[in-house]
Design a protein around this ligand. Structure first.
Ligand code: C2E
Ligand code: CA
Ligand code: CA
Ligand code: CA
Length: 278
């Protein structure tokens, strides 16, 4: 038994060691990724359930690593946040998304673009002017940009986050609370925050019609949105049944594989045309 314990212990140490090396390697690779142009954005349509129109797109970051291939954002975003490289990467995302929005507007399809803003980015002193400068450089009206922030963004320094979001919102930018209900939810900050949208996390939508708790949570968020006059976006809608339920229940906006997975810009344009012709 002692032998086994020892062997286990060694295995344990080795795996921790491996994890640290993997992480260090990923940190190094991340700093190279921007220079090597390994990132690109894909766009997932956001649908107005009443008018059946595409009202905008969420920009989602993709990383094609030269040897590892596709690395999911859930794997590398936390690393980029921990070592601070998310600041530079996030600025690149904003640039790209604004360039794309400007391109679509020039082609006669002015769509709203939603960009995920990390808590680490929001903590930067220059974040507000950086965002406003980027909009100006691309001649994008502020109302065409939406920033998706999570509840964790408000936790470290609530008054600082409130002040910055107020300045962004005053300029005309919309703010959405992402993954609503999964984090450190508090109704106190909702009252203080200049927020226009609540996004129901996909974990509550997945079993919306099978798990009663999920049904209740989704209903509660929809009702909360109504009473606070915030529009609610359901994320991760995969079936016609989910769409039907949400529409009946009064949820106005949705995104998910049922409509479309995140798309390359060209495919997004085709999707919008086809969707509006139906
Ligand atoms: P999120 O912001 O909650 O984005 C929604 C995720 O759900 C995306 O995963 C999207 O591709 C996926 N999704 C959309 N529809 C469906 C569906 O019907 N079913 C299922 N199962 N999934 C669906 P993705 O692209 O892998 O991104 C994961 C997370 O990484 C995002 O979650 C966001 O937190 C983060 N992320 C992605 N891009 C960026 C970025 O540019 N900046 C920052 N800071 N974070 C980002
Ligand atoms: Ca998001
Ligand atoms: Ca989510
Ligand atoms: Ca998220």
């Amino acid at each position: 038994a002692k032998q086994t314990g020892h062997a286990h212990f060694q295995f344990y140490v080795a795996s921790i060691d491996q994890e640290i090396r993997d992480r260090k390697q990923m940190e190094k690779d991340l700093t190279q990724a921007l220079v090597n142009r390994e990132f690109h954005l894909v766009y997932q349509p956001q649908i107005n359930l009443e008018s059946k129109r595409v009202i905008g797109a969420e920009a989602l970051l993709r990383w094609e690593h030269p040897s590892r291939g596709f690395v999911p954002p859930d794997d590398f975003i936390p690393v980029a946040e921990a070592n601070g490289s998310i600041v530079e990467i996030g600025q690149w995302v904003l640039e790209q998304a604004c360039a794309q929005a400007a391109h679509w507007a020039a082609e006669g399809t002015p769509l709203r673009i939603a960009v995920n803003l990390s808590a680490v980015q929001l903590r930067q002193d220059s974040i507000v002017t950086d965002i406003l400068d980027t909009l100006r450089r691309h001649s994008i009206p502020a109302g065409r940009l939406e920033l998706e922030v999570t509840e964790t963004s408000f936790m470290t320094n609530l008054s600082d986050a409130v002040a910055k979001l107020h300045r962004l919102n005053q300029a005309g930018i919309n703010i959405a609370v992402d993954d609503f209900g999964t984090g450190y939810s508090s109704l106190t900050y909702l009252k203080q925050m200049p927020v226009q949208h609540l996004k129901i996390d996909k974990q509550f939508i997945r079993d919306l019609l099978v798990n009663e708790d999920d049904t209740r949570i989704a209903n509660t968020i929809i009702d909360l949105g109504k009473s606070l006059n915030l529009s609610v976006v359901a994320e991760g809608v995969e079936t016609a049944e989910q769409e039907y339920y949400l529409t009946q229940r009064g949820c106005k906006l949705a995104q998910g594989y049922y409509f479309s997975k995140p798309l390359q810009p060209r495919d997004f344009e085709t999707f919008v045309q086809d969707f509006h012709q139906q």
